[in-house]
Design a protein around this ligand. Sequence first.
Ligand code: ADP
Length: 272
Amino acid sequence: LEVTAAPVCGEGRERRGVLVVLYDITEIRRLERVRAEFVANISHELKTPVTSIKGFAETLLEGALYNHRAAEEFVSIINEEAERLSRLIQDLLELSKIESREVKPQPENLDLTAEIKEIVDRLQPRFRKKGLELNTGLPPEAVYVRADSDHLEQILSNLLDNALKYTPEGGRVAVGLLPGEIEVIVVVEDNGIGIPAEDLPRIFERFYRVDKARSRKLGGTGLGLAIVKHLVSANGGRVWVESEPGRGSKFYFSLPAVEEVEETGNYGRDKI
Ligand code: ADP
């Protein structure tokens, strides 16, 4: 709380009272803190792969270069770390573009059933490679939503990418759809490791991870769900999660439904 005070005088200059103004700066301070934390997080996240790249490059230069096996291993680590760095930068740019509202969604009427099928077909080989089942539970007919198709693709692939990362071999992942008049809900379900209840409220925050080491090993940047949250809300939807450790997770997001297009003309109507 910030306080300022000034005397209040009457016409004869006699003191009538004191004016005290209390500024509630809690929110300003909170935003400053969130921003400072974010910058600290970014610096840390960027530094980790750079330190590792530098360390291995130096070791190579100091002689490991001439040991064929060691050289191969170190170069492959350098390559992986460079990839992580590149993913991180890409995710950060994406997030900052959405947050600054530089890119506005370009909404169009999309057949969600067809879009989901296409994305699932494209990701299927990666699931098969890890020994995971990827199924869909979709209605036979087209279900229209109003959304940006690039955004929809990014939302779904981030959620499916997580399901793939956090579900052990032999597990099952499914994408379902619940049509509605006002909004259509999509659910991405897995029977993977799940998320402890105490972590659930923070899971959509930037860089928040239940298990940092695990996420890192699996190539995570900690930004996937923050991007999902922003994109869903920019398209007029909501996102939420239900999860149980050891049993799996269900990520839901909604998009505005397209009202049925009214038929024009009076075909088939009897002539009077
Ligand atoms: P990351 O790049 O670490 O996966 P995300 O923002 O995509 O970052 O997710 C944040 C964290 O939420 C993850 O580190 C993980 O702990 C948890 N998480 C996300 N999706 C799942 C899932 N399907 N199953 C279990 N945990 C998940």
